[in-house]
Design a protein around this ligand. Structure first.
Ligand SMILES: [Zn+2]
Length: 512
């Protein structure tokens, strides 16, 4: 299928679908996103280009959180948690006990109270919430922070996907006067994440996680997963938790209601991490490297002069500088590559870095007063006249918009193809074993049934109940077309493991 790859050996990448992790490692390093050669496993360095990409992505989520009817406000809480404070909520502690880093010394002095490095911030924030919330007028409280957090991982770390220092942990925490208020917040959170992932052109599935895979201390957890190409495995990229009053009771988050009674607040929290950035890189990329959606690309257009004859050199460079100038004026993030490299070497370099659009001007173009544009995703070429600069700028913007849309559409259709449905246990297992993607099966919801199926297929996981079964889910927004057309409420379903009657399909699949 793919064209013969003429690029130099050091530019070549492993096949993305076949060797995904190796591909990701090499892409991150070669394109100056992240350098994981730091002398501590699971920790890496964001480099300039990667940091710009990260900043553009984080700007979208910040704007979404702050544009809600009652805006979320950005806070910054401490990294360290005194042991007794961390140990207060038993379910939470149990869930994180194998993942917490502890500080035991200050210099050479053993500490009286051990300090945890935050694995997440419920136990950091909630004692403070308890100080701030006094009356119903203090509610809702809607906060978020974007920080690093630490989780012990064994040797099996993977850049951006399984790390010890999560560098880009966006966690939102809210408190509400009523259970309904918290439910509404869950809907708002789902909406924010949908819009965020849509803006990044990601294609995802949403499931309410099984009870046994719920966030420690939460009433329920709804998770977003992307399916990675090739093996179609799921990667969790966002979670939304309804915490009920569990933490409020533990940390004494109470307010005086209108009747003058002290009442516990209802809480939610929801988070994402750099896995979102990894997903952008993996889902959009190809065997030549990154393909960045124009809305987040640090550089949207690269301008490359094609020089053959000395005579035209000056004019071509001058034209390219003019193009760069009007792109700047049009608000398009552009780079002019005047380096001494050959045009071919420049093409490879900028392609690997995922620049959405390349503009070339050579001697023939100079004569016709035109430039050539080449899209990174499908290599589509256009010849665009330079006679009217205003029109030229508009055409470039249109190409970038089309590219954004096309990336998203092709991903959505790949994801749709990787979701199937089966009422037969052997068939369902075979689909998962052959890496066909996720499968929806009629299932009774019992953990015993789940472990029986998990035993029969290495790596099989219950991802949960597709969120479109939830009452509040707006059908018209469903991404998955046909599947959605099938009747959702169904009395004639039987668990494919124990044959008990059920009315729901559940999603199973392999995950990272
Ligand atoms: Zn069952």
């Amino acid at each position: 299928m793919t064209k013969k790859d003429n690029r130099p050996e050091e530019m070549k990448l492993p096949d993305r679908d076949e060797h995904l992790i190796d591909w990701l490692n090499k892409v991150l390093l070669r394109t100056d996103i992240l350098d994981y050669r730091y002398n501590l496993k699971g920790c890496g360095v964001w480099k300039g280009y990667g940091f710009k990409l990260r900043r553009n992505i984080m700007k979208i989520i910040r704007d979404l959180l702050e544009d809600t009817e009652i805006p979320h406000e950005e806070y910054l809480f401490p990294l360290l948690i005194p042991e007794p404070q961390f140990m207060k909520e038993a379910k939470h502690v149990k869930g994180f006990e194998e993942e917490v880093y502890w500080i035991t010394h200050g210099g050479t002095t053993p500490l009286d109270v051990k300090l945890a490095l935050r694995p997440t911030s419920e136990t950091v924030m909630y004692p403070m919430f308890s100080l701030w919330i006094r009356s119903h007028q203090d509610l809702p409280l809607k906060t978020y922070q974007i920080v690093n957090c630490f989780r012990w991982e064994g040797k099996n770390t993977r850049p951006m996907l399984r790390v010890r220092e999560i560098t880009t942990f966006k966690e939102a925490h809210t408190v509400h006067a009523t259970a309904e208020g918290a439910e509404d917040q869950i809907i708002e959170a789902l909406d924010i994440y949908k819009r965020f992932f849509n803006d990044l052109g990601l294609s995802y599935i949403i499931n309410t996680r099984p009870k046994w895979d719920t966030f420690p201390g939460a009433d329920y957890t709804i998770a977003f997963d992307v399916l990675f190409p090739g093996r179609n495995r799921a990667l969790q990229i966002g979670t939304v938790h309804n915490l009920g009053t569990t933490f409020a009771k533990t940390f004494d988050i109470k307010y005086e209601n209108l009747e003058g009674d002290m009442t516990y607040g209802y809480q939610t929290c929801y988070g994402i991490s750099e896995r979102v950035i990894a997903s952008v890189i993996v889902q959009h990329g190809d065997d030549q490297g990154l393909i960045l959606p124009p809305n987040i690309a640090p550089i949207q257009v690269v301008v490359i002069p094609i020089l053959f004859k000395k005579a035209d050199e000056v004019k071509i460079i001058e034209t390219c500088r003019n193009i760069k100038g009007f792109l700047d004026k049009a608000g398009i993030r552009a780079k002019l590559d005047e380096s001494q490299q050959s045009p071919g070497a420049k093409f490879y370099h900028w392609e690997q870095k995922g620049i959405p659009l390349r503009i070339e001007v050579g001697p023939r173009d100079l004569k016709k007063n035109q430039m050539v544009t080449v899209r990174r995703d499908n290599r589509e070429k256009q010849f665009i006249s330079l006679d009217n600069i205003k029109e030229t700028g508009d055409r470039i913007k249109k190409i970038l918009n089309d590219l954004n849309d096309d990336l998203r559409k092709s991903l959505a259709s790949n994801t749709r193809e990787a979701i199937s449905r089966s009422n037969d246990m052997d068939e369902a297992i075979e689909l998962v074993e052959n890496d066909k993607g996720v499968v929806e099966i009629p299932f009774c919801g019992s953990e015993d049934c789940a472990s029986e199926l998990e035993k029969r297929c290495d790596g099989l996981k219950f991802l949960g109940i597709p969120v479109r079964y939830m009452d509040f889910y707006d059908e018209s927004e469903n991404e998955y077309g046909e599947l959605n057309g099938k009747s959702l409420a169904n009395d004639e379903l039987f668990c494919i493991i124990c044959s008990k009657r059920t009315d729901k399909y559940w999603t199973i699949g392999r995950s990272y």
